[in-house]
Unconditional design. Structure first.
Length: 579
């Protein structure tokens, strides 16, 4: 049976085409954000080693994600088109796989189309599509999970007599685990599908039948998960779970009632956002729960022979997803339950389980299947359009794009500019990652190769919108007047001290005014720190950053290379005004 032939195949291609077109437009308007920047900076500064690939990142060990960051940072740095194309390719492949699974489970029934539309258009996956690091935590896992389910269905329909499918399922699970820890949910979902497909058994005997029939597959997957969990525990030490019973209940309600259910239903259609958390309006939650209860009731009354098992598998998957949130992120409070990054993978499990519950059901009386399917697809399309319209403005990261684009254009206009190193704005990278949020770290992969903190007459501050601004000091401290009349401090091949009126403390900007008749290299020193600049003929100035040396500094030692005498006429130091 071909999945693509006939009117239904053309309609499925239409659903996929709508998804590709809309998601590509939305991806084209998005950009890198938060983790993307500091993980790219780390990758650029690292060699491609095993230690780098298995590095603990906020409690995650994701070697294939690390590899992706390394490849992009070294070969396509901050090239959003490349990253966006990769994200869309993964989602498209997952959607094609979903159609193949629905075809195997439901045959040529029109009910395949609404389920495909639910998977392809769900706004719940939007946030984890438009943000690269979140997308790498969703789509590779979903792709591997669907591939494992498809292989299991093929194997079961072939009588379980072949060896290729079980080997491939184990291999795909390994790939999923190397991408993200959430792949621990692949074996339970595959087992649930096997139980729902055990049509030769009745009731609880389905469990025994599935266990016995595919016992070697389950043994291999259990051994794989056990080894993974042991290795993961040895490589990580971050604990984010725990909390009171009331906190656990609050997170559970926000995850189930305000996140998963409205998200699968195509919402939220109205509400507000708190950071990355989506808070739906109360009526949205109520309507979504009513729709979910009505759909479950319809399936229990009119579904196929495995309807109870299909719904039970879905409930188990959602419970497992919630358990992962509670064990790893409960410390953040109920707001973490509203974050779509931790719930968007429910969509693919929901579609598979609904298909399992509907498989073998009698056709609804007096309702043309084509008309019913078209009405459901249209209704879900409208719901998803409203949900998407609400979420898109908050998840496209336009400020990040503006900053990087503007900064790169200004560097291209004058490559001699040197940047003052500082923390990036919190909207771009949160300061929680410490020095990894410095401009010198996150911008290091850029092909413009910006310089930071070096002495230069064109030292520039980075404004929040990416503009490069000449520094101005706020309440500066000046140096004492030099002893050489008409020259100030005469700097030659003998060290000369430039003394400040008040000692300097911490990290400050320093500006020196000077003149000379020939080029000479001048070295500036303070304790163990030193830097050098090329003094050019004529009256000039140079800026540099004096780092925090852990003590007060009351003088700078200057020395020329002897090619010329450099007259330092003035010096001042202080903190820069906000650009």
């Amino acid at each position: 049976m071909s999945a693509w032939r006939g009117t239904q195949g053309v309609a499925a291609l239409g659903v996929i085409a709508v998804m590709v077109a809309t998601r590509w437009v939305l991806l084209a308007g998005s950009y890198f954000n938060q983790d993307d920047f500091y993980l790219s900076g780390r990758a650029y500064a690292s060699d491609l080693t095993v230690d780098f690939l298995v590095r603990d990142t906020a409690g995650h060990v994701n070697p294939l994600q690390q590899l992706s960051y390394w490849l992009v940072a070294h070969h396509a740095p901050y090239d959003w088109a490349v990253v966006a194309a990769g994200i869309l390719l993964m989602q498209t492949a997952a959607t094609v796989l979903m159609w193949l699974i629905l075809t195997r489970l439901l045959g040529e029934r029109w009910s395949r189309l609404p389920l495909l539309a639910l998977f392809a258009w769900a706004p719940l996956t939007l946030a984890t599509t438009l943000w690269w690091s979140a997308a790498m935590g969703l789509w590779p896992h979903v792709l591997c999970s669907l591939a494992a389910v498809w292989l299991l269905v093929r194997w079961q329909q072939a009588g379980g007599r072949r060896w290729v499918e079980p080997v491939a399922i184990v291999a795909i699970t390994v790939v999923g685990l190397l991408w993200h820890e959430r792949a621990v949910l692949i074996p339970p979902l595959v087992f649930g599908v096997a139980v729902a497909l055990a049509d030769d058994a009745i009731g609880w005997r389905r469990l025994t039948a599935a266990l016995v029939r595919f016992r070697w597959l389950w043994a291999a997957l259990v051994a794989l998960l056990a080894g993974f969990l042991v290795a993961h525990g040895l490589l990580t030490d971050v604990e984010g779970g725990g909390g009171s019973a009331s906190r656990m209940l609050a997170i559970s309600w926000s995850f189930l009632g305000e996140n998963v259910v409205p998200g699968v239903a195509g919402g939220p259609w109205t509400g507000h956002l708190e950071g990355g958390a989506v808070v739906p309006a109360t009526w949205v939650t109520v309507v979504s729960i009513v729709l979910a209860v009505a759909a479950a009731g319809w399936l229990l009354l009119r579904g196929g022979p495995a309807r109870r098992w299909g719904l039970a598998v879905l409930a188990g998957y959602v419970a497992a997803d919630l358990a992962l949130v509670l064990s790893g992120r409960a410390g953040f409070g109920s707001v973490i339950g509203l974050d779509p990054r931790y719930s968007s993978d429910v969509v693919h499990a929901a579609v598979v389980c609904l298909a399992l519950a509907w498989r073998g059901a009698p056709a609804p009386p007096r309702v043309p299947p084509r008309l019913a399917a078209g009405a459901l697809v249209a209704a879900y399309g409208v719901a998803a359009a409203f949900g998407t319209a609400l979420l898109v403005p908050h998840f496209q990261n336009t400020e990040d794009r503006e900053l990087v684009t503007t900064l790169r254009s200004e560097l291209a206009a004058d490559p001699t500019q040197v940047l003052v190193d500082d923390l990036a704005p919190a909207d771009v990278v949160l300061p929680l990652v410490g020095d990894d949020s410095l401009y010198s770290r996150i911008l290091a992969p850029l092909p413009e190769m910006p310089e930071f903190d070096d002495p230069s007459p064109r030292l520039r501050l980075v404004a929040d919108d990416g503009r490069l601004v000449a520094p101005e000091l706020d309440d500066s401290i000046t140096a004492r007047a030099g002893r050489d009349d008409g020259c100030g401090y005469a700097v030659d091949d003998r060290p000369v001290d430039v003394r400040f009126r008040v000692p300097l403390a911490g990290r400050v900007l320093v500006q020196l005014g000077y003149f000379t008749d020939r080029e000479a290299t001048v070295t500036i020193g303070a304790g163990d720190w030193s830097a050098a600049f090329l003094a050019r003929p004529g009256p000039n100035q140079v800026w540099f950053v004096l780092p925090d040396l852990g003590r007060e500094v009351d003088r700078l030692e200057l020395e020329s290379d002897g090619r010329a005498t450099v007259c330092v006429t003035d010096a001042e130091a202080g903190l820069p005004e906000e650009p």
